[in-house]
Design a protein around this ligand. Structure first.
Ligand code: SF4
Ligand code: SF4
Length: 380
C-alpha cells in the first residue's frame, strides 16, 4: 500500500532529500541516496529488469531510517516507511539477528557488557569491540546535583526506561529515580515493558513490533493510564506513534489519553533545581528521532547557558538499527562525518538523549572525548 502511496506522489527531482540524507552525504554514492533507492523500488514495481536482484535487495537495506528525507520531501514521499514495508515482506538474515538481539537483550546485553573487560582497551572506532565497550561504558561526567524541586511531576507517573537502560545501563534508571524523587512511581517496580518497537519495525519485524505495542498499552492500562516518562528520544517517538493505531486502544478517549501520557522526563525539569559541580562546557548531539522542539535540548541549553554548544546542525550519528549489522563500515562512515562536522572546541563532553546515539557515538568517539546520556551528568 505504501508503495502505491509513494507512486501516487511523483518525485519532482527537487533534490531536497539528497541534501538531507546523511548516508549520501557521507559516501557521495547516488545509489544509496533516497532518490536512488526510490528508483530501485519503482523499477521493481514496474517489473523491469533489476539487473542483479541480490545487489538491489542489499541496496534497499542500506538506510539509517533517520527519516530526514521524509521530513523535507515536498511531495510527502516517505522512503523509510516504504522500505520498512518491503522488509516486512522479505525478512533476511539481518532481521533474524536483530530479532535475537532485541528479544534476548535481557541476557545478551549484560553478558556482552561483562565481555568488554576481556577485550583490548583501545579498539578501532566503530568496530564490534568498540560497540561492546560502549555498551558497558559508564563515563564519569557528573556535572550537576539536584538541589530542589520535589513534587514537580503530575502523579501518577511511571518510567518507561527503554531496553538500553534496563539491560545495559541501569544507572540511567537510578538517575531518573533520583530526579523524579517522591513524585515518581514504578522505579523499582515498573512493569516488564516490551521494546518500544521502533527498531523491530525498521528491521521489517512487523509482527514482533505489533506484539510489543499491544503489550505496552496493556501494561499502561493496567497501571491506571499514568503519565509515561521516557528517557530515550527514539522510544518517545515510537510510543507516540502508537496513537496512529486506533486498534491498540479500547476507544477514542483512551487513544487521546495515551497521546498526552507519553512525555520525555526532561520536559518537567527546571534548570534552577540543579546546582553545577563544574564549569565545563557540553556539546549536545540532537537525535534524528527527537521530538520537535526537543525538550532534552531545551533543558540542557537552559542548564548550561553559555557553556552549551549545539552539535553539528542536522548531523546523524549513523547508528541505523539493523544497518549497523548489515553495513557497519557505512554506519561508521556516517559517524565519522558527524564527528568531523563538530568544531574542535565542541569535543570533550558530548551528550545525547537517545540510546542508539549514545551507543554509536561512544563507539566512534575521537580520543579524549566522553560520550554519555544527559542523565549521567547528574550526581547520584
Ligand atoms: S531515512 Fe535517512 S538514511 Fe534513509 S534514505 Fe532517508 S535520509 Fe537517507
Ligand atoms: S525530496 Fe521528494 S520530490 Fe524531491 S527529489 Fe527527493 S523524493 Fe523526489
Amino acid at each position: 500500500m505504501a508503495l502505491e502511496m509513494d507512486r501516487d506522489r511523483d518525485c519532482i527531482l527537487c533534490g531536497k532529500c539528497l541534501e538531507a540524507c546523511p548516508l549520501f552525504k557521507a559516501t557521495g554514492r547516488e545509489e544509496l541516496s533516497p532518490r536512488g533507492k526510490s528508483f530501485l523500488i519503482q523499477e521493481a514495481l514496474e517489473e523491469r529488469n533489476l539487473g542483479n536482484p541480490a545487489a538491489a535487495r542489499k541496496l534497499l537495506g542500506l538506510c539509517l531510517g533517520c527519516g530526514r528525507c521524509a521530513d523535507v520531501c515536498p511531495q510527502g514521499r516517505n522512503l523509510p516507511e516504504t522500505l520498512r514495508r518491503i522488509k516486512a515482506g522479505h525478512p533476511g538474515w539481518q532481521a533474524w539477528v536483530w530479532r535475537a538481539w532485541i528479544n534476548n537483550a535481557k541476557h545478551v546485553w549484560p553478558w556482552l557488557g561483562g565481555c568488554a573487560k576481556l577485550l583490548p582497551g583501545r579498539s578501532t572506532a566503530g568496530s564490534l569491540p568498540s560497540v561492546v565497550h560502549a555498551l558497558a561504558s559508564r563515563p564519569q561526567m557528573e556535572m550537576f546535583r539536584r538541589s530542589a524541586g520535589d513534587g514537580f511531576l503530575p502523579s501518577p507517573a511511571v518510567l518507561f526506561p527503554g531496553c538500553m537502560a534496563r539491560y545495559a545501563k541501569p544507572w540511567w534508571i537510578q538517575a531518573a529515580g533520583r530526579i523524579m524523587g517522591s513524585a515518581g512511581q514504578g522505579l523499582e517496580d515498573f512493569p516488564d515493558w516490551n521494546c518500544c518497537g521502533f527498531t523491530l519495525g525498521q528491521a521489517g519485524l512487523s509482527g514482533l513490533r505489533s506484539d510489543a505495542c499491544v503489550k505496552n498499552v496493556e501494561l499502561w492500562r493496567n497501571l491506571g493510564r499514568p503519565l509515561l516518562l521516557t528517557i530515550c528520544a527514539t522510544c518517545t517517538t515510537a510510543l507516540r506513534n502508537y496513537e496512529k493505531k486506533a486498534d491498540l486502544f479500547s476507544d477514542e478517549d483512551e487513544r487521546r489519553t495515551w497521546a498526552k501520557a507519553v512525555q520525555p522526563l526532561s520536559r518537567y525539569l527546571n534548570p534552577h533545581d540543579f546546582r553545577p559541580l563544574t564549569d565545563a562546557c557540553l556539546t549536545y548531539h540532537r537525535p534524528c528521532h527527537a521530538p520537535n522542539p526537543d525538550p532534552d535540548e531545551a533543558f540542557l541549553r537552559d542548564l548550561f547557558g553559555p557553556r552549551f554548544i549545539a552539535g553539528a546542525q542536522g548531523a546523524c550519528c549513523g547508528m541505523g538499527g539493523v544497518m549497523r549489522l548489515s553495513a557497519p563500515e557505512l554506519s561508521t562512515q556516517v559517524a565519522t562525518q558527524c564527528w568531523d562536522a563538530l568544531q574542535p572546541q565542541a569535543l570533550g563532553h558530548v551528550v545525547s538523549g537517545c540510546s542508539g546515539c549514545v551507543l554509536q557515538l561512544s563507539a566512534t568517539a575521537p580520543p579524549k572525548t566522553d560520550v554519555s546520556h544527559w542523565l549521567e551528568l547528574m550526581r547520584m
